[in-house]
Design a protein around this ligand. Structure first.
Ligand code: ADP
Ligand code: ASP
Ligand code: MG
Length: 414
């Protein structure tokens, strides 16, 4: 029997009515003769609320207890969905990540999934039940509950779909597909029928919250098609798959367009370190210390003072890591004899993404001209073959997305 894997995000299971609605859809698939596994996120903003609660209790939460706490949201929605299915006459069972065999690395808060031991899921499917699995969590080698990073239920779903050799992983959410940019920011954004893994990975990593970046990475490793679609409307969404498969399906890769999508990341902060002695090993020391504490550093720029013996450095980190990153940077700055450290959380990153950029020069300069035309100051720049990112003032982030969307004609793509 073919197995179908669905994932429902927080908004899609945000109320009892929505949970009953999801149960109806899932039951329909089961009644059509499929085995069904459903991965769920926590209801609505539950995870944020749990973190707010935590912040009222402590400034310095123990990572193990953080995972114990924030993983509970998914247990609520999974149990409620299983009950809603049972109430509609559909046999169902809910499983935690651990019960479902999801094994992670031994790292709290952002672990990767190492393995999925399918025995329990297979046993429940064989017994004729819909299996509802909590997203966002697994267990480590000593059985502790581990979470896999904010937004991680997408990754749980793709990993489980890959382990079960499903044909496709259907990810149901509150938009009906991947758009040229966040449709909440830009109402002119256009829905894309196909997006390649490479472009989706860049868009997601650069802040397009619609998919967890690691879900795209996992899908590309296992060549698993992701169908991102609406939990409200019964229409086709966006297929995320390999370029070969897109062409097979009759889709164009649209390489003519240099820019395929725009992402805005409002979850970053900037750290500057002044007058660092300009000698070998400085960057290794600073970024080594940050990496040792699992702090993800993104854009890095270094400028040389005219005197030549000192440099200024600036880099970005995720906002939740800012406090810890500043403390580490201040300590290393002192050891290195640097003059000082500043930080700024009032910044956003706007990025253009497109495989076509490789063959079409001029994207970056056109972006800078469009931003300067609206008096938006660029604080940092980073480029790769398929993206250009600029750090700008946070309050100008949405305006920048809107004007770049127009400047690159994304409101007109077919
Ligand atoms: P879920 O709770 O289902 O996981 P998320 O809130 O994580 O849903 O992701 C869906 C949201 O992603 C949309 O509501 C939309 O505002 C945002 N988004 C950001 N960039 C894009 C994009 N390029 N296309 C579609 N949605 C996007
Ligand atoms: N509930 C978790 C979060 O809010 C995981 C997810 O939604 O994917 O980050
Ligand atoms: Mg999400």
């Amino acid at each position: 029997m073919e197995v179908i894997v669905h994932k429902y995000g927080g908004t899609s299971v945000g109320t009892p009515d929505k949970i009953r609605n999801v149960a109806r859809r899932v039951k329909e698939v089961k009644d059509n003769g499929y085995e069904v596994v459903v991965i769920v996120s926590a209801m609505g903003h539950t995870t944020d609320e749990l973190i707010d609660l935590m912040n009222k209790v402590t400034d310095n939460p123990d990572p193990r207890e953080y995972d114990m706490l924030v993983s509970t949201g998914e247990q609520v929605s999974a149990a409620l969905l299983a009950m809603a299915l049972q109430a509609q006459g559909c046999p169902a069972v809910s499983l935690t990540g651990g019960q479902a065999g999801v094994v992670t690395e031994d790292i709290y808060k952002k672990a990767r999934i190492k393995d999925i031991k399918l025995d329990r899921i297979k046993k429940e499917l064989k017994a004729g039940k819909v299996v509802v699995v909590t997203g966002f969590q697994g267990v480590d080698s000593q059985g502790d509950i581990i979470t896999i990073g904010r937004g991680g239920s997408d990754t749980s779903a793709v990993a489980i779909a890959a382990a079960l050799h499903a044909q496709v992983c259907d990810i149901y959410t509150d938009v009906d597909g991947v758009y040229t940019t966040d449709p909440r920011i830009c109402p002119d954004a256009k829905k894309l029928k196909y997006v390649s893994y490479e472009e989706m990975l860049e868009l997601a990593s650069l802040g397009a919250q619609v998919l967890h970046p690691r879900s795209v990475e996992c899908a590309s490793i296992y060549n698993m098609v992701i169908h991102l679609r609406s939990s409200q409307k019964e229409i086709e969404g966006t297929y995320i798959m390999s370029p070969e498969r897109i062409i097979e399906e009759g889709g164009k890769m649209e390489k003519k367009e240099a820019v395929r999508g725009i992402a805005l990341d409002e979850n970053i902060a900037k750290i500057g370190i002044f007058k660092v002695p300009d000698k070998p090993g400085t960057a290794a020391r600073l970024f080594g210390a940050l990496a040792a504490d699992k702090i993800n550093v993104d854009m890095i720029v270094q400028s040389i003072h005219t005197a030549g013996s000192q440099a200024d450095m600036a880099f970005t980190v995720d906002k939740p890591d800012l406090k810890k990153a500043v403390a580490i940077t201040e300590k290393i700055a002192k050891e290195l004899g640097a003059e000082g450290v500043v930080s700024d959380s009032d910044v956003s990153k706007v990025s253009l993404v497109g495989i076509g950029m490789v063959s079409q020069p001029g994207t970056a300069s056109k972006m800078f001209a469009a931003l300067s035309g609206e008096k938006i100051n660029i604080q940092m720049i980073s480029t790769s073959e398929i993206k250009v990112s600029c750090i700008i003032k946070a309050e100008q982030g949405k305006q920048a997305v809107q004007l770049l969307h127009k400047a690159f004609g994304l409101d007109k793509v077919a």
